[in-house]
Design a protein around this ligand. Structure first.
Ligand code: ADP
Ligand code: MG
Length: 235
């Protein structure tokens, strides 16, 4: 089991962002997390990646508990946060080497950095400052930093939001490729993306899991979009 979530609840002040969520994600699955804005997607991802604590519940990543062994959990996860925070004044290669250092990759740092540059198609941009890159290339840097330590699990929070149609296809292909031997949980608002990339789809609404099935089963006989509208508008 790559990700195990039991009875997860998160309350911010008066607001319940996640309400008793339980789910398990197996090794090698590529799972799409859908839900309207404010459904709780980012909150779930931030808890899995140990950025914020849950109010209640048990979360394990590759068997490691987020409370008992947060460093162990982080070493198994690559995370692309929603707004992809990057150091805009750093050069692409310099930034990736810096992240390799954070992961204490030691003598492998150089090799992993070059491997990620090639894999994410950053070769031509490698001597530019991150601030000079287009949104699509910044996303590539975000994915490269998420994968540099070769984690078993990738958590990608809206990795294709704000991209133009060409960039969108490129990043989607990159995720598909990267996900071949990893477990991936990605959130998105694009239904075709889920249909193209994710074997399984989880829909959350108001902090509650309202659908969880093979993408093919979920959308059988109707478009994923109309199903999504039905269950998130309560009609
Ligand atoms: P999504 O990623 O699905 O759009 P979020 O997880 O970001 O949803 O948010 C879920 C709910 O929790 C929203 O109503 C949001 O306003 C609220 N929320 C998120 N972060 C905070 C925070 N730090 N403080 C208070 N409320 C928050
Ligand atoms: Mg979000």
């Amino acid at each position: 089991m790559s990700i195990s979530i039991q009875n997860l609840t998160k309350v911010y002040g008066q607001q319940k962002a996640l309400d008793n969520v339980s789910l398990e994600i197996n090794k090698g699955e590529i799972v799409g997390l859908l839900g309207p804005n404010g459904a709780g997607k980012s909150t779930m991802m931030k808890i899995i990646t140990c950025f914020i604590p849950p109010t209640e519940g048990v979360v394990k990543v590759c068997g490691e508990d987020i409370f008992d062994n947060p460093m162990g959990v982080r070493s198994k996860i690559g995370y692309l946060p929603e707004h992809n925070p990057l150091y805009l004044d750093m050069y692409v290669r310099e930034f990736l080497q810096f992240i390799a250092g954070v992961h204490k990759l030691g003598k492998n740092s150089k090799e992993r950095t070059e491997m990620m540059i090639e894999m994410t198609g950053l070769t031509k941009e490698v001597n530019k400052k991150i601030g000079a890159l287009s949104k699509g290339y910044r996303q590539r840097v975000g994915i490269a930093q998420a994968m540099i330590h070769d984690p078993e699990v990738l958590i990608l929070d809206e990795p294709t939001s704000g991209l133009d149609p060409n960039q969108l296809v490129e990043i989607r292909d990159l995720i598909k490729n990267a996900g071949k031997n990893k477990t991936v949980l990605l959130s998105t608002h694009i239904m075709q993306e889920v249909e193209a990339v994710c074997g399984r789809t989880i829909i959350i609404n108001n902090g509650i899991v309202v659908a969880d099935d093979d993408t093919k089963h979920l959308s059988a006989g109707q478009s994923l979009e109309s199903l999504f509208r039905k269950i998130t508008n309560n009609i």
